[in-house]
Ligand binder design. Structure first.
Ligand code: GYE
Length: 324
């Protein structure tokens, strides 16, 4: 072979070797190897609730503060959309994923795909029932604690005697299961506290109102208390009670979890009796966790939020200081 041909062959071989090596490196490290701003994918399960607007805002604002590029997807309460969104973040080679899962089950395969791609996933506000190795950490509240505190408040304010209607959150979601469990842990110790009606309102204001209307139609004269798994449903229930011709907060006591501004206003107005807080302001902690993952550190599998308890009489003095 001539010297010139040999040289050409060597150049071609070199190009081939380097391009193969480069492709391999990219696959292994995802986009983490790029020099630009960190790219984060945020998959929000739903956007029909005031609580979620606050959470999304927290994640978006903090991305700006830290100079990240944020890819946002709203799954519109459909888990399949959410799985597709996470898959698309992986395909785009993001540096990290923040996932607010709709329900506990069904995320295993896509979490495995993220893990295989070397992309850390931080769960926010709801947990999944998958192997802990599949996500970096979960940042959120203790929902059993929330339900128990609410059970105690209702027991206290009704003298341990109440016929209760329960508006549950989304079926299969962590906060629905545990807020029910925590509440029952307490009220089951009182013989005269009973849940007489219980149905899902999907954590949603409109559905909460519809379900409350049905409750009132069936048992309007027998409901002492409505226990709502979130504030949005409580706001809907309050509306339904007014339209039915009863006084919320007096004829029918109303209790809920979250602590959004609307709930504080409802307490100030006398319509809502108490709130157990559940903070949606999780953006900074979610990114702290991702940064720890990028540094190769580990975190506990649950970073627990600290939440408070607010009775109707406290609402007026704290409403101005509420951040969501
Ligand atoms: O209470 C509710 C939301 O997962 C903690 O879900 C969250 C709950 C929150 O839709 O408003």
């Amino acid at each position: 072979m001539k010297k010139r041909n040999l040289f050409l062959l060597a150049v071609i071989a070199l190009v081939l070797i380097t391009s193969v090596a480069f492709a391999g490196g990219q696959q292994e490290g995802g986009a983490a190897a790029t020099d630009g701003p960190k790219v984060i994918g945020f998959s929000q399960c739903d956007s029909q609730q005031a609580w979620r607007w606050a959470e999304t805002e927290s994640v978006q604002n903090e991305a700006k503060v830290r100079g990240y590029e944020l890819k946002y997807n709203d799954a519109q309460a459909v888990q399949a959309n959410q799985i597709a969104a996470v898959r698309s973040f992986i395909a785009q080679g993001v540096d990290g994923i923040v996932l607010a899962p709709q329900v506990m089950t069904g995320f295993g395969p896509v979490l495995q795909e993220a893990k295989d791609a070397g992309i850390p996933v931080v769960l926010v506000d709801r947990l999944v029932a998958e192997n802990e190795d599949l996500y970096f950490t979960f940042i959120g509240s203790d929902f059993v604690w929330e339900g128990e505190r609410m059970g105690e408040i209702v027991a206290e304010e009704t003298g341990g005697k109440a016929r209760i209607a329960e508006l549950q959150g989304t079926p299969g979601a962590d906060p629905t299961i545990d807020r029910k469990k925590g509440f029952e842990n307490i009220i089951n110790t009182y013989p005269d506290m009973n849940i007489i009606l219980s149905q899902t309102g999907d954590f949603n204001r409109t559905k909460g109102k519809e379900v409350m209307e049905a409750f009132l139609k069936a048992e309007g004269e027998n409901i002492d208390v409505v226990y709502c798994h979130n504030d949005d449903m409580a706001i809907g229930a309050i509306q339904a009670i007014k339209e039915y011709g009863k006084v919320p907060g007096k004829d029918i006591l109303v209790y809920s979890i979250d602590g959004i501004k609307d709930a504080f206003q409802a307490m100030v107005d006398g319509d809502l009796n108490a709130v157990v807080e559940c903070t949606p302001l999780l953006g900074p902690q979610a990114y702290d966790a991702l940064e720890a993952a990028w540094r190769g550190e580990t975190l506990p599998k649950w970073v627990m939020s600290e939440d408070g308890i607010f009775l109707q009489k406290d609402a007026a003095s704290v409403i101005a200081s509420r951040k969501y």
